[in-house]
Design a protein around this ligand. Sequence first.
Ligand code: SAM
Length: 281
Amino acid sequence: MSRQKLGQHFLRSQPVLDRIAASLEATPEDLVLEIGPGKGALTKVLLDRGLRVEAVELDPELVEYLRGQWPPETSKLRVHEADVLEADLAQWGPVWIAGNLPYYITSPILRRLFALGGQMRSAVLLMQREVADRLVATPGSRDYGFLSALTQWRTVPELLFRVPPGAFHVPPKVESAVVRLKPAADSLTAVASEERALFEEFLGWCFAQKRKTLRNNLRAHVSGDFLSTRSEAKLRAEQVGLYEMGALFRAIQDTEGWSRVRRGGIATAKPPDGARIPGES
Ligand code: SAM
């Protein structure tokens, strides 16, 4: 893949780098997983703070460069030449996560981080501003969608600050922003851990077609009789908050409200891992 396609926009603003590192709220000797270290601009700030860093970088030339700058024998940096979408991110145990993300794969990276659950202490991530706005959007607002619901179900997201294109070399064509994610408490919705995969799949069905009501989007999966008893079925998914989504899911599960076809498939329902997020280009 070409450099441009790998989303190589290197941060060159020291204040932005310092702010990202400080926002992690990690203390010396804590372990940070850095996604896409590039030439090590953020890595250096993390190491200068006494943190240990496991960095995952896809570009072999950058991996060699980083290992030359910070040899593993004499530094607290370990560089792994790997695709962040395929690497085993749970191998290091609980970690703080930082990265100026390759924008072309922001959503799949987020989904991999959500799967870490409480193993992710906190994540401070630089991403396209439009995506950051979606992560923190409230139900009913223009930006609220499947990615917002998924993010707010799994984490507590905070939009920390905006970053202009001039903070990078080469400047991206879009605005950027830094978001902090902390794992959400399990009790946010009444979804048990063994039901998580099915609940995420359910969220995907709810948002499948933005302009359709829940009744229409869920028609293939939930029984018509059940849906006719629910007032929220007349609304679109973006108008319904997460608590209500959780309650609807709970009611379907408890009353066996799935459609007959779906009921046969529940036991084997797989998470929509890696699935394209509706509305993402
Ligand atoms: N952190 C550096 C900085 O701020 O200067 C570089 C950030 S740059 C936006 C994204 C980095 O992610 C690049 O170094 C790129 O090679 C790397 N990258 C792209 N796709 C990747 C993937 N699938 N897995 C791991 N790293 C990837």
